[in-house]
Design a protein around this ligand. Sequence first.
Ligand code: NUP
Length: 215
Amino acid sequence: MEKKNCLILALDVTDRENALRIANEVSEYVDSIKVGYPLVLGEGLGIVKELAELAPVIADFKVADIPNTDRLICEQVFKAGADAVITHGFTGRDSLDSCVKVAEEYGRDVYVVTEMSHPGGVEFFRPVAETIAQMAADAGATGVVAPATRPERVRDIRKIIGNDLHIISPGVGAQGGSAADVINAGADWVIVGRSIYNSDSPADAAMKICNDMKC
Ligand code: NUP
């Protein structure tokens, strides 16, 4: 993904009309559009292709299965037109290797969740976040997902992965994180959902976040 605005839209609306309206309104401010279960379960995987005409799509399916099932999921995601997939890492190296292999075949990207951004994200992830980050680097993933709600953790994770991997960071706005703080801590992109798509003017909200970050 090309870095222009350091902003990824999390498009967690559940209907096509709203999704396309919001995506069109903010497309000049975002480097990518992240779709996940809410929109894909609401409208089907075909929405990925439509959105991909506006911006590269990251499929946030937090893939977490055995290697063979992960392979099948990633193949479907990339065939549908997604530029990248988000996977979990706790399923182990063989599962992650399977996703990275498919991504390489299709020329696409894999981001691995290290520690989640919500309060419960510290319960099980905290003790293994660094190990997962190191595994993502060793496996040749494109980058990791790390919490904008805890910029100090983004700093820790950056130290582990160095500068070869990207950090994409959710938790800005609705979850309490600051875009500028987490970019200063070493994130490459922030991922923002509700603060943009629930705004009366998604474009203004996106523009304001871009201005705050001075990316
Ligand atoms: O740790 C994570 N936290 C998180 O919020 C990993 C994620 N993938 N996300 C996703 O980022 C979450 O599912 C949602 O799509 C987006 C944040 O949305 P919002 O809190 O800005 O509305």
